[in-house]
Design a binder for this molecule. Structure first.
Ligand code: ADP
Ligand code: MG
Length: 490
């Protein structure tokens, strides 16, 4: 009960005199056809144990061979995280026993990782940004998967995941709220997706995070942390942080102390529970893997990779603001995914970028989500959306009619111009036609005319409505306004 009330307080952002400290270890599966030290495939969803080489099965005498693509991907990721790339790094054995770890150890990097310190900028809801430090990025193997729920008394093991390349990206303990932690994970995911080094798919487990949480009074040394293992969605992460904060504050305020331990998040109840007391690094008996030489490459190798980096989200966002005049918010939304940015740029090509931005994020996104489609398989292409915007720009249709046209475009896949022609939606900009309609409405509503002339300016809107209705929304609204004013004043 007590925990619950504190948790609720926290959700409202009230942690009293306590400051929350959060550090994240993100495990990101490297996008690569084959595993870190074997040629076995990595495709998601394959038949259990169908993608397992003798190396992945931990057979005696098998030797690991480093996958060069995985190394390139780690370097690429490090560059995207503005981090130091280490041209000399070492693979170590991290020893522990588990049924889905046939080698009896995980090959990882401990004292000398491939990527060192870096920094990324995270974007918050209110448009503010914060820099969060990266401690390191290292390469390691994933373990297999134990399946406990297929048989009442047995556990099955699927080794397809065994040996898959992971990048563990360790942050500094720089985050202070659940919002910042969420923004951090989203930003890491966006960067890796831009780079093409991890698909960032949290539902399929290709990105997951260990969440470290402690509390302290501001200015004091860091408190003892709890580490919540393998959280696989941003929402769960934020729930876990909220719960953990309340739990720790509770203990400390009652005069207790926090045990350094590993905990599990239970999505059903939104709580965390102890899993094991935190192991220390020395428990793993790390030592350099004698089967592998230290990993060495040249600066030229790094530079070759650097030259292939795409424009990253922060640079893109800045360009959208500086060169196109977009707001922070618009720029942020449009760069959140590479596909969205590319789509927007195609629409904006040769058009007013602000109008393009409004249409992409407004009506287009609304229709896309209604159609339950991704931008990659949108029924309306960027060029088609651009064509619709052109029809507004040259006064063929009004913005209001354009919204209806977009709905038809989503339904039929036709171009805007074809729909406008077929349905006769072309805007009426013939002043003779509009004036005739105005005269009719004025003739039968002398009371409204008198109201307007008596100073009730609002009645103008009523008149506009009547004309639009009479012309089925096709009258050019600017002309209607202008002509009405002229006639009513007389
Ligand atoms: P381990 O493998 O033992 O968990 P790592 O160095 O890989 O250690 O990761 C530690 C993570 O915990 C880092 O993300 C770091 O920022 C974070 N961290 C360290 N101390 C604290 C603390 N007192 N409170 C919150 N997070 C912390
Ligand atoms: Mg850890």
């Amino acid at each position: 009960m007590v925990e619950k009330s504190l948790m609720n307080n926290y959700v409202e952002g009230d942690t009293g005199p306590w400051e929350v400290v959060i550090g994240l270890e993100v495990h990101a599966q490297v996008t690569s056809q084959s595993k870190l030290f074997s040629g076995a495939a990595t495709a998601f969803g394959a038949e259990p144990n169908s993608q397992v080489s003798l190396v992945d099965a931990g057979m005696p005498g098998m030797l690991p061979v480093i996958n060069e693509v995985a190394v390139e991907q780690a370097v690429r990721s490090g560059l995207g995280l503005n981090a130091k790339i280490n041209t000399y790094s070492v693979f170590d054995r991290k020893n522990y026993f588990y049924a889905d770890l046939p080698q009896g150890y995980q090959i990882s990097q401990y004292l000398q990782p491939i990527v060192g310190e870096g920094v990324i900028t995270v974007d918050l809801e209110d448009g503010r940004s914060r820099d969060i430090g990266i401690e390191r990025l290292h390469l390691e193997q994933d373990a297999g998967k134990s399946i406990h729920d297929r048989h009442p008394t047995k556990t099955y093991v699927d080794l397809n995941r065994s040996g898959v390349a992971l990048m563990e990206i360790v942050s500094k303990p720089d985050m202070r709220t659940a919002e910042e932690a969420g923004a951090y994970v989203r930003k890491v995911r966006t960067i890796l997706r831009y780079l093409g080094t991890c698909d960032g798919n949290m539902e399929e487990g290709s990105m997951r995070a260990d969440v470290n949480v402690s509390v302290r009074r501001p200015g004091e040394a860091l408190g003892t942390r709890a580490e919540i293992k393998n959280v696989n969605s941003v929402r769960f992460m934020q729930q876990a942080i909220a719960y953990e904060t309340g739990r720790q504050i509770d203990i400390l305020e009652a005069g207790g102390s926090i045990d350094q331990e590993t905990r599990l998040f239970d999505a059903q109840s939104g709580t965390t529970r102890p899993m094991r007391s935190k192991e220390e690094a020395h428990d793993y008996r790390y030592f350099p893997d004698p089967d592998l030489l230290p990993l060495e490459f040249s600066d030229a190798f790094i530079e070759r990779i650097r030259r292939t980096l795409p424009e990253l989200p922060d640079a893109k966002k800045q360009r959208y603001m500086d060169a196109m005049g977009l707001s922070v918010h618009d720029a942020q939304v449009l760069v959140s995914e590479r596909e969205i940015a590319a789509f927007f740029e195609q629409v904006a090509q040769g058009r007013d970028p602000k109008i393009a931005a409004n249409w992409v994020q407004g009506e287009f996104f609304a229709q896309l989500s209604k159609a339950e489609r991704d931008i990659a398989d949108s029924p309306v292409s960027a060029d088609q959306l651009g064509g619709l915007i052109d029809l507004i720009a040259d006064s063929t249709i009004s913005g209001k009619i354009a919204k209806d046209v977009l709905v038809s475009m989503f339904e039929s896949g036709q171009d805007a111009a074809a729909i406008v022609a077929e349905k006769g939606l072309k805007q009426v900009s013939d002043s003779g036609v509009i004036e005739a309609e105005i005269d009719k409405v004025i003739a039968v509503n002398p009371d409204k005319v008198a109201e307007f002339q008596g100073g009730k300016d609002k009645v103008l809107g009523w008149f506009v409505g009547q004309i639009m209705q009479a012309t089925k929304g096709k009258a050019n609204p600017q002309m209607v306004n202008q002509l009405l004013r002229g006639k009513l004043k007389a």
